[in-house]
Each structure stands twice: as structure tokens, then as C-alpha cells.
Design a protein around this ligand. Structure first.
Ligand SMILES: C[S@@+](CC[C@H](N)C(=O)[O-])C[C@H]1O[C@@H](n2cnc3c(N)ncnc32)[C@H](O)[C@@H]1O
Length: 204
């Protein structure tokens, strides 16, 4: 197993089961309101904790993640009576385009794991999927993240200086950019984290 191969993500995601939905997801839900059957997409859905929170709030959710256990793990987070509201694709986001039109796109700690060579296409696909009025919540990694200087990560992960984050959000109504920098735990160790948590909305 190497760092960030799919076996790694299966272990990571299994470890996440039972925690509360992340703040980014809760913030999106507070702003976007009840899904009332509207379409949401959770990219890099991981354990399915956030996908389940979205389904519970009445969203129809497409959960996308390439980790093999996704097919089993994500539905298990959703009560059986609500599972009709969940669709799971075991795939990398760059392999599922075009995404369905969505009123909410959530991608927590997932898009940085799209390789730099694919990121622009993925970002264009995410923007294209956002319906008018649709909500976007994403985590991006900043340029001072500890992994950014690791040569083994250079072709694997995508990092953005603030100016690029700003450009990626061009034309959206940007409600939150929470830039954080701290030393803290990572799966299997400690690292310097530099992240941007973004909540934005397509106006028209
Ligand atoms: C740090 S975990 C985050 C999972 C979850 N969103 C969360 O917040 O706990 C990163 C997830 O991204 C997934 N992932 C990695 N590369 C991906 C890609 N190209 N497209 C979609 N998901 C990807 C991994 O399988 C893993 O489940």
C-alpha cells in the first residue's frame, strides 16, 4: 500500500464512520435548506457520513468515490427507508463526467487528491454541474500545505495559492473562504495543514 492509494482510502474512510458531519457540510445544509428532492453530489464521499446527512435533509445524492469499499460503506450510513435517495458511483470524479445538474455540490477534503494534470477539467466539470442558484462547498489545499513540498506528492495532489483559489471562484457568489493553517494530525502522522474551505453559490 502506498500513500493515497485506494487501499489507504478504504482504511481512512472506515475510520471515519460514526463522527459528526463536517462543518462544511453542515454550513452548506444550513444555507441551502431542505433538499425537497433536489439533486446533490458528494465528490470523494469517503465514509458517506456527509452523503447520509444530505439524504436525511431530503436531498437526492450522488456519492462518488473511487475507493472500493464505497459501494458497501456509503449506503450503510443511510437508513434503509431513505436509501432510494442515494446513488453511489465507485469512480474517480474525473471518470464520471458529465455530472448531473445539481443544486448542491459538496467535496470535503477530496478535490486536492485529483492530480494537477486533471484538476482544471474536474473544476470545469464541477462548475458546469452547478445549477443556477446551486450551492458549492469544497476544501482546497493551499500552497503552504506540508505535502506540497514532498516530491512524492507533486504529480498526485493539487495545491493552490490564494490567487488561484480566487480565480477558480470567479463569477460565483462567494460566501465563505475559511483559510486555515496549523500543524495537526493526518491519517498515520502529523503534518502542516494549509486549507481553504469555500462555500459559494452560482447566482444564475
Ligand atoms: C480525505 S478523504 C475525504 C473523504 C470525505 N469527503 C471526508 O470528508 O471525510 C479523501 C477521499 O477522496 C477520495 N478520492 C481520491 N481521489 C479521488 C478522485 N480523483 N475523485 C474522487 N474522489 C477521490 C478518496 O477515495 C477518499 O475517500
Amino acid at each position: 500500500m502506498t500513500r493515497f492509494d485506494l487501499a489507504h482510502w478504504d482504511l481512512y474512510n472506515a475510520d471515519q464512520v460514526g463522527r459528526a458531519p463536517r462543518q462544511l457540510c453542515r454550513d452548506l445544509l444550513a444555507r441551502a435548506g431542505e433538499g425537497a428532492g433536489r439533486q446533490a453530489v458528494d465528490l470523494g464521499a469517503g465514509s458517506g457520513v456527509e452523503a447520509a446527512a444530505l439524504v436525511r435533509a431530503g436531498w437526492r445524492v450522488l456519492a462518488v468515490d473511487p475507493a472500493p469499499a464505497t459501494a458497501d460503506l456509503v449506503p450503510r450510513q443511510v437508513p434503509p427507508a431513505l436509501r432510494a435517495g442515494l446513488q453511489v458511483r465507485v469512480a474517480a470524479v474525473q471518470d464520471v463526467f458529465p455530472l448531473p445538474g445539481a443544486h448542491l455540490v459538496h467535496a470535503s477534503y477530496a478535490l486536492p487528491f485529483v492530480p494537477p494534470s486533471q484538476f482544471a477539467r474536474v473544476w470545469d466539470g464541477v462548475r458546469a454541474a452547478l445549477a443556477p442558484g446551486g450551492w458549492l462547498g469544497v476544501t482546497l489545499f493551499g500552497e503552504r500545505d506540508g505535502w506540497a513540498t514532498d516530491p512524492a506528492m507533486a504529480d498526485v495532489l493539487t495545491f493552490h495559492p490564494w490567487a488561484e483559489v480566487d480565480r477558480l471562484l470567479d463569477g460565483l457568489d462567494v460566501l465563505v473562504v475559511d483559510e486555515r493553517e496549523h500543524d495537526g494530525p493526518a491519517f498515520g502522522g502529523t503534518k502542516h495543514w494549509h486549507t481553504f474551505e469555500v462555500v459559494a453559490r452560482r447566482l444564475r
